[in-house]
Design a protein around this ligand. Structure first.
Ligand code: NAD
Ligand code: DAU
Length: 348
């Protein structure tokens, strides 16, 4: 099978490309990526010369480039991850999110429809989305696949719009689609604008750890390799037109996860007392429209496809911390001028 993975140079995409090449060696993987600030081909250095891997430098905002990738590689299926993915950036520059997440998904669906023609139902598109489309929970309950959409940020509303497009292309044109809505991922190759890698990077550099508001917002954390296994499973076994929630059953308030990580980093970096990473914690102005709590009910994917995460939180976190400490060059290569401009704009 010739599989296109969009956004394969980003955090989850790169982990998925590596997973696919390891577990599905008979497939050709075509990584379609625009290489925005979040895309980094360095993530795929180890596989770049494999005969069953190709990189296509293309932008979803340009339908002709998608079309060219389909024809050049005779694309038979797609896993669609490319997106603008950071909530804080969506608050500063919402237009980028509409163009890539909404128009880009539309361009992809239309290109696939044209290219696959009468054989549309034989070719699958797995659309990778987020739990943020469901909005914010109170202190109890979890998101089910049937939870009504109530997105609150420019990011989540653009992802919600893309989910609706995918759903409509299935119902109207018979496109063979599946959608996943996943909770917060963590792990290697995550850009240090997101909470966990930002924290690790700031601790190694002795910089303040910014915690928004009262730090009591809750997220449900999943190790990225477990997410990739879930995507593999849904792609191969999910029912057409269905959606599957993916989560770690692993809720943490931000302040608790930050303190936990600081303690783990103290051990790794031999810090204690006045030098402890915990002393870097700094409460800052809250994110506008900050969702209070996310939690996934992953019962459907567990009961129908037999997927559960393989890593405990402790295992995933230890792997993650070790990876960032061993790959400080990777971090310094991407935290250059543009990152510093963003950081200054966001945190002052
Ligand atoms: P990321 O920001 O790390 O990577 C996004 C990738 O998409 C980058 O390689 C970037 O270059 C590429 N890209 C951006 N705009 C593009 C365009 N116009 N054309 C082609 N490529 C483009 O994102 P991520 O955290 O890896 O998230 C991947 C997907 O998973 C997204 O769709 C996101 O909504 C979803 N998701 C993420 C999480 C999470 O915790 N990170 C959780 C659930 C769902
Ligand atoms: O839930 C899935 C979503 O998880 C994905 O769809 C998004 O692509 C991904 O970015 C992530 O969104 P969040 O907004 O939850 O992740 P982020 O790492 O930005 O923030 C996690 C929590 O930490 C959130 O409550 C905001 C808070 N935070 C974040 C940053 C960057 C801080 O307190 N300080 C910070 O500096």
């Amino acid at each position: 099978m010739n599989l296109m993975i969009t956004g394969g140079a980003g955090f989850i995409g790169a982990n998925l490309v590596l997973h696919w090449l390891r577990h599905q060696p008979d497939d050709l993987v075509v990584n379609f990526d625009a290489l925005t600030y979040a895309g980094n081909l360095g993530n795929l250095e180890d596989v770049k010369d494999l005969p069953n891997y190709r990189f296509f430098h293309g932008d979803l905002r340009n339908a002709l480039e998608i079309s060219k990738a389909f024809s050049e590689h005779n694309i038979e299926a797609v896993i669609h991850l490319a997106a603008e993915s950071h909530v804080d950036r969506s608050i500063h520059v919402p237009a980028d999110f509409i163009e890539t997440n909404v128009t880009g998904t539309f361009n992809l669906l239309e290109t696939a429809r044209e290219f696959w023609g009468d054989e549309l139902s034989k070719h699958r598109i797995l659309h990778v989305s987020t739990d943020e489309v469901y909005g914010s929970l109170g202190s109890s309950g979890k998101f089910l696949e049937s939870t009504p959409y109530a997105p609150n940020s420019p990011y989540s509303s653009s992802k919600a719009a893309s989910d609706h497009l995918v759903r409509a292309w299935h119902h109207t044109y018979g496109m063979n689609v599946v959608t996943t809505n996943c909770s917060n991922n963590y792990g290697p190759y995550q850009f240090p604008e997101k909470l966990l890698p930002l924290l690790i990077n700031n601790c190694t550099q002795n910089l303040p750890i910014p915690v928004y508001g009262d730090g009591k917002n809750i997220r449900d954390w999943l190790f990225v390799e477990d997410h990739c296994e879930a995507l593999d499973c849904v792609f191969h076994e999910g029912d057409t037109g269905e959606t599957y929630n993916i989560g770690g059953c692993n809720e943490w308030s931000n302040i608790d996860i930050v303190r936990y990580l600081c303690r783990e980093l103290d051990k790794e970096l031999n810090r204690s007392g006045a030098d402890s990473c915990e002393n870097l914690i700094t409460f800052v102005k809250d994110r506008p429209g900050h969702d209070r709590r996310y939690a996934i009910d992953a019962g459907k994917i567990k009961n129908t496809l037999n997927w559960t995460p393989r890593h405990t939180f402790e295992e995933g976190l230890t792997k993650t911390i070790r990876w960032y400490i061993d790959h400080q060059d990777w971090v310094s290569n991407i935290t250059t001028g543009t990152y510093r401009d963003y950081y200054k704009h966001q945190y002052g």
